[in-house]
Ligand binder design. Structure first.
Ligand SMILES: NC(=O)c1ccc[n+]([C@@H]2O[C@H](COP(=O)([O-])OP(=O)(O)OC[C@H]3O[C@@H](n4cnc5c(N)ncnc54)[C@H](OP(=O)(O)O)[C@@H]3O)[C@@H](O)[C@H]2O)c1
Length: 263
C-alpha cells in the first residue's frame, strides 16, 4: 500500500462511458485520484491513459452485479491510495419496459445492477470512509415521478432515493453525507436510440424550460459540487438535473400553438 495519498480519492462505477466517464474526468480535473469500475476494461484503460499526468487511475474490469466486486473495488482504493473520500454509484441498467412486459430475467438484471450493486458498494465503502466524505447515488427523474413504460427501472431508481435517505440519517452524524442526483434525459449510449425518434425529441425539447439538452458534464459538475466542501451541509437530498423538466409544467409556445383535438 502507498502511504495515505494526500489527494482525495473517488470510486466511480460505470466509468467506461457516458455520465460515469464524465464524472471520472471531472473529479480528475478537481484533484482527485480515481478507482474506475465497469465491464469494458479497454474503455477504462483508455480513460486512464487520457488522464495520465492529471490523476492516478486504478481500474477494475468487472460486472458490478457480481457480489464480490464492490468489496474488491473498495479494497483496491484502500490498497492503492490508502483512503476513500467519495463513492459514486453510477453504473446502471437501462432496461426499460412496462410492468406487464417485464420477464424475470430483466427484473433480476435491473435489480442486481441498479439496486443490489449500489447497496453492496455502500456497505463495503462506508466503514472505510471518514468525516467529510460522501456517497452520491445516480438515480433518475423517472424514479421520482414514474414514467410511461418505466417498469422496474423506475422502481429501482425510487429505491435508491430510500437508500440515500436512510444512509443520510444513519451516517450523517459521522460526517458522511449521502445524496442522489436525478438526471433527466441525457444523450448517452443508454438513450441514443430513443433520441432518434422525433416524438422523443419533441417530448424533451418542448417540455424543458432550458433551450438546450442536458449533458453528461452537467451531471458530473453537480456530483463534484455535492462531494466538495461547498456541498458540506447537503445531506439526504435528491437533486434533479433536468433543466426544470420535472418541477415545472412547462410547454414551449410552439407546442402550445399546435392543433390537437381532444377525443
Ligand atoms: N442517460 C440518461 O438519460 C440518464 C437519465 C437518468 C439517469 N441515468 C443514469 O445514469 C447512469 C449512467 O447512465 P449513462 O446514461 O451514462 O449510460 P451509458 O452511457 O450506457 O453508461 C452506462 C455505464 O454503466 C456501466 N454498467 C452498466 N451495467 C454494468 C454492470 N453490470 N457492471 C458494471 N458496469 C456496468 C457501463 O459500463 P460497461 O458496459 O463497460 O460495463 C457504462 O459505463 C445510470 O445509472 C442511468 O440509469 C441516465
Amino acid at each position: 500500500m502507498d502511504a495515505t495519498s494526500p489527494r482525495p480519492v473517488v470510486l466511480v462505477t460505470g466509468a467506461s462511458a457516458g455520465i460515469g466517464d464524465a464524472i471520472a474526468r471531472r473529479f480528475a480535473a478537481g484533484g482527485y485520484d480515481i478507482v474506475a469500475v465497469a465491464r469494458r476494461k479497454d474503455r477504462l484503460e483508455q480513460l486512464a491513459a487520457d488522464l495520465a499526468g492529471i490523476a492516478r487511475v486504478q481500474i477494475l474490469g468487472g460486472d458490478v452485479s457480481v457480489p464480490g466486486i464492490p468489496a474488491q473495488a473498495v479494497d483496491l482504493a484502500l490498497e492503492t491510495f490508502g483512503r476513500l473520500d467519495c463513492l459514486v454509484n453510477n453504473a446502471g441498467s437501462g432496461k426499460w419496459a412496462p410492468v406487464h412486459e417485464t420477464d424475470d430475467a430483466t427484473l433480476d438484471e435491473v435489480i442486481d445492477t441498479s439496486m443490489k450493486a449500489p447497496f453492496r458498494f455502500c456497505r463495503a465503502a462506508i466503514p472505510k470512509m471518514g468525516p467529510g466524505s460522501s456517497v452520491i447515488n445516480v438515480g433518475s427523474v423517472f424514479g421520482t415521478l414514474g414514467g410511461l413504460d418505466g417498469g422496474i427501472y423506475c422502481a429501482v431508481k425510487a429505491g435508491l432515493v430510500g437508500l440515500t435517505q436512510t444512509m443520510a440519517a444513519q451516517y450523517g452524524a459521522q460526517g458522511i453525507r449521502t445524496n442522489l442526483v436525478a438526471p433527466g434525459v441525457i444523450k448517452t449510449d443508454m438513450t441514443r436510440e430513443a433520441w432518434n425518434a422525433q416524438g422523443f425529441q419533441r417530448l424533451n425539447h418542448e417540455m424543458t424550460p432550458f433551450n438546450r439538452e442536458g449533458t453528461p458534464e452537467d451531471v458530473a459538475n453537480a456530483i463534484f459540487f455535492l462531494a466538495s466542501d461547498q456541498g458540506s451541509y447537503i445531506n439526504g437530498q435528491t437533486i434533479a438535473l433536468d433543466g426544470g423538466w420535472s418541477t415545472t409544467k412547462y410547454l414551449c409556445l410552439e407546442a402550445l400553438t399546435c392543433d390537437r383535438v381532444a377525443t
